[in-house]
Design a protein around this ligand. Structure first.
Ligand code: FAD
Length: 429
């Protein structure tokens, strides 16, 4: 009798454990499975650089990789297996691989044979165009450390190679992009005594400039030319930006800001670089453009005013203001909600379609709350047609209306630099 009770209790406990496991994996399936579908719809599931490769047979569904990811919701559990949900958010830290207790996860580019977004390069990062190199994340590998190393290695290779074309006004190297890869290349060029010019459509710092305020940036030790080793495991966004700006100033690196590369051709032995502001000649070109792309513009008069922005870094800087957010995706909704939570703001959300149909459920709920309490006014079927110092003319059903306005945030997606690369003759995988 006693052994019967023990057996019964053991079987009961076993069934309970199985039920709890099934409930957990089903919940995970429902939540992360939905998130995955949403990410696929938004095109946010595809990683742009190195990302987790999961061996589903080896995965024991412990969730350690999900908990270890510093960027949040890159990974999720779908049908009891770790799965990449928001690949776009992966920056390649590799913490997930370190955390996996059974080695079921590696971080890399995976099978690149089908990747038509990776430019062809040799081991020196030289493209099919001799003297044109690709440094940093544009080549497929993310992380500040990789970008710094590649920028510096490329200049070492250039300096050790063929004599560079010389001539009046011909730079040894023209670098497009002043992120970690471009700046490291420029410092190395200064160290090697090569003449060099950097252009950037934005400013020094690259993607770091786009990080949220006070974001902690993780990096492993890396040698910055003319500076020494970055030794701390974590830096704030602001610390890193200060570092690049100080180096630019100290070593007199010429960075032409707000200047965009638009074309490249050959003239004699040198390359002829076209930008939206002029033309330069250089013996070698380093493309360090990153992969995040340029924000898509509205193309309306007044868009060049400094009050028009494409990324919200700090909502708390806006109080008692009329702010317009343009767009219908999650980024637009999240920005509008963040702005509406600040004291005294009047937030208008302008969207050109008649409903939001691709946003996260949580964002829809939060937005509904803000609409009900009059914190956000949504105007569907509308588009800004003119932006002035203190107003926006919005075309909407029934005509055009002028709204008071202090700031405009535009979230109309991005244009990756691949079309530009193809247009200048760079081949892809
Ligand atoms: C949210 C987020 C968090 C991250 N966190 C970390 C982290 O903690 N640790 C880490 O190591 N990495 C992190 N990364 C990744 C890291 O920022 C990038 O891998 C790194 O900045 C790549 O450097 P890069 O120089 O190759 O390109 P970028 O930094 O992207 O710089 C490219 C530059 O090129 C310019 N440009 C683009 N097109 C043109 C053009 N046509 N003409 C002129 N200029 C142009 C851009 O304006 C930009 O300044 C993070 C990325 C993101 C998005």
């Amino acid at each position: 009798m006693e052994s019967l009770i023990i057996w019964g209790a053991a079987i009961g406990a076993g069934i309970l454990i199985i039920l709890i496991y099934l409930r957990n994996t089903n919940t995970g399936y429902n939540e992360a499975g939905g998130a995955k579908k949403e990410a696929v719809r938004l095109g946010a599931d595809r990683a742009i650089a190195q990302h987790p490769q999961i061996d589903a047979l080896a995965c024991i569904a412990c969730g350690s990789c999900i908990a270890a990811c510093p960027e949040g919701d890159v990974l999720g559990m779908v049908q009891g297996k770790a799965t990449v949900i928001n690949g776009l958010k992966c920056v390649g830290h590799g913490k997930c691989a370190e955390a996996c207790p059974v080695g079921a996860l590696t971080v890399g580019l995976g099978d690149i044979s089908g990747r038509d977004d990776l430019p062809k390069m040799d081991i020196h990062h030289q493209t099919n165009l001799p003297g044109v190199f690709i440094a940093g994340e544009l080549g497929g590998l993310a992380l500040i450390r990789n970008a710094i190393n590649q920028g510096s290695e490329i200049v070492d290779f250039i300096a050790a190679g063929q004599p560079l074309p010389k001539g009046d006004g011909v730079f040894d190297i023209l670098i497009a992009g002043a992120g970690p890869a471009g700046m490291s290349a420029a410092l190395k060029a200064r160290e090697k005594g090569l003449s060099c010019l950097v252009i950037d459509q934005e400013s020094t710092g690259g993607t770091i400039l786009q990080y949220p305020r006070k974001k902690l940036v993780m990096t492993r030790p890396v040698e910055i030319p003319l500076f020494g080793t970055l030794t701390k495991p974590e830096y704030s966004k602001e610390e890193l930006l200060d570092l690049w700006l100080n180096l630019e100033d100290k070593f007199r690196i010429e960075v032409r800001k707000k200047e965009k590369l638009t074309g490249l051709g050959k003239s004699g032995e040198a390359y002829e670089v076209t930008t939206d502001k002029g033309m330069y000649r250089a013996g070698n070109i380093i493309l360090a453009l990153g992969r995040r792309g340029s924000p898509r513009k509205l193309g309306v008069p007044g868009e060049d005013l400094s009050k028009v922005m494409y990324k919200l870094l700090d909502a708390s800087l806006h109080q008692n203001e009329h702010v317009m957010v343009v767009g219908g995706g999650d980024s637009a909704i999240e920005a509008a909600i963040g702005l509406a939570r600040q004291k005294g703001n009047h937030v208008t959300l302008s969207y050109r379609k008649d409903q939001f149909f691709r946003i996260k459920k949580m964002n829809q709920q939060r937005l509904d709350e803000q609409i009900q309490t009059d914190k956000i006014k949504v105007i569907y079927n509308s588009e800004p047609v003119l932006i002035g110092e203190d107003f926006v003319d919005l075309s909407m059903t029934g005509g055009t209306q002028r709204l008071p306005n202090n700031f405009v945030y535009v979230f109309a997606g991005g244009e990756p630099p691949f079309a530009l690369l193809r247009s200048i003759g760079i081949q892809f995988n």
